[in-house]
Design a protein around this ligand. Structure first.
Ligand SMILES: [Zn+2]
Length: 449
């Protein structure tokens, strides 16, 4: 059945960045037309969605998340990156069963969809990756994900240990199973965790395998000064240079963070077409620093946004990342740095470009897949109606998201999940975190009466 979203303010994010007051017609999961005024209101049989008083925006694309960590929200506070990983996140990830990982993915995806994120690039944990894809398939989210690969490094608990061969074999099997599944909605990304937890042999073979299968490569780079020192002493080079030497730069590579880059590394990103996932909340919370995003954009590097993991944020809201991405640069670069219009593009079409999906999603244009979000602006904190870009970046909140569609499928309706019972998702998460902490040997302080 055709779907007709009527009477909204359509923020298209098309090449001309047009804002249109009118209707969006969806047919067979794709955007059939975008029209000024009530162009299509007479289409017989179409299911109509009244979007008067609302913004209609492209579904948000997050270029770096960890669904496997959604359960750990609030259980890894006030630590810098390397301690945060070794003392909290790795022991918890190593304690996941397939069932607790599925509960974590359900919680994370529920939060993403309710906040208007329709597409994400995810790094899983070492084991049970099928659980994440199975949950995403059921949820309707557009997801590119891959198991974390880590065949070396100190501080890995037994549950995260794997040999080079095991890691490669499992990743390749997963890619064969999931890349292109669910009518292309699910894709595989090869995800070596970061250079310190991967042998040179693993990185080189991973790059080869990913390219032979046409999959993205996704890893972390240059997040934190402490990490950079260790990378330099381990490889003799700066992080992005070391990755480049091992084949992990290029149009098919997404590097999360890139907070600390030399000018040579900035140039390498540009000349190789490597994409950056900027995670402002995480970079602040783990005391990592402020990525020089205006400089990267100036050079023509593709930059997208991501909330990273729930234990280092502690939200998974693209609207929060947009607000911070805008605010963070202004004290350093001046009030005109990072205009809201550009930030909205980072959250949508540039996210799609980072994932290699810019022909299919990221803007509201005829022919693209109908990944759409309706945001209700009839709220005191969004009044009076003004510049839609400024409203989105600085005033809107995840709870303003009213409806969410992926491939034209209605996944959030009137602020509620359509396919899942939210109470069940939350109850499943409570049980699962108890189990993870018990298996990790950590005590859960009973915070609730
Ligand atoms: Zn991350």
């Amino acid at each position: 059945m055709d779907l007709l979203i009527t009477g909204g303010t359509v923020v298209t994010c098309d090449p001309a960045d047009r804002v249109i007051r009118g209707d969006v017609l969806v047919r067979d999961g794709r955007i059939a037309a975008v029209g000024q005024g009530a162009t299509f209101s007479t289409i017989p049989g179409a299911r109509a969605v009244d979007a008067r008083g609302c913004l209609i925006v492209p579904g948000f694309v997050q270029a770096h998340v960890h669904l496997c960590q959604a359960l750990f929200r609030g259980f890894a506070e006030d630590l810098p990156l390397l301690e945060w990983l070794s003392q909290r996140i790795w022991p918890y990830e190593g304690a996941h069963t397939k069932e607790t990982l599925a509960a974590s993915a359900r919680l994370g995806i529920a939060e993403l969809l309710l906040g208007g994120t329709t597409c994400a690039l995810d790094m899983g944990t070492v084991r049970h990756q099928d659980a994440i894809f199975e949950v995403a398939k059921d949820a309707g989210l557009r997801l590119t994900s891959g198991k974390a690969m880590m065949d070396k490094g100190q501080g890995r608990p037994p549950g995260l240990k794997e040999s080079t061969d095991e890691s490669l074999r499992e990743a390749d099997d997963l890619a064969a199973r999931w890349h292109g599944a669910a009518d292309g909605r699910l894709r595989y990304a090869f995800a070596p965790r970061f250079i310190l937890s991967c042998s040179d042999a693993l990185l080189a073979e991973t790059a080869r395998l990913a390219r032979s299968r046409g999959c993205l490569l996704h890893t972390h780079a240059s997040e934190n000064p402490g990490e950079l020192d260790v990378v330099r002493s381990a490889t003799g080079n700066d992080n992005v240079v070391a990755l480049h030497e091992r084949g992990l730069t290029g149009h098919d590579v997404v590097l999360a963070h890139c907070v600390w880059l030399t000018s040579e590394e900035q140039k390498l990103l540009r000349t190789t077409g490597t994409k950056v996932a900027h995670c402002p909340s995480t970079n602040l919370k783990l005391a990592s620093g402020v990525a020089h995003v205006p400089e990267l954009l100036e050079q023509g590097v593709t930059v997208a946004l991501g909330a990273d993991g729930a234990p280092c944020n502690n939200r998974m809201s693209q609207l929060t990342e947009m607000r911070l991405a805008g605010l963070l640069q202004k004290p350093r670069c001046g009030a005109s740095a990072m205009p809201a219009r550009g930030v909205v593009r980072l959250a949508t079409i540039e996210g799609a470009r980072a994932l290699g999906l810019e022909r299919d999603i990221g803007s509201i244009e005829p022919g693209k897949r109908a990944d759409l979000v309706v945001i209700d602006t009839r709220r005191p904190h969004l009044a009076p109606f003004s510049d839609p870009f400024a409203m989105l970046v600085y005033a809107a909140e995840a709870s303003d998201v009213r409806d969410v569609f992926v491939d034209g499928q209605w996944l959030v309706r009137d602020g509620e999940l359509v396919r899942w019972d939210q109470g069940e998702v939350l109850a499943g998460a409570e049980l699962a975190i108890d189990e993870v902490l018990a298996r990790a040997g950590a005590e859960r302080r009973k915070l609730k009466g």
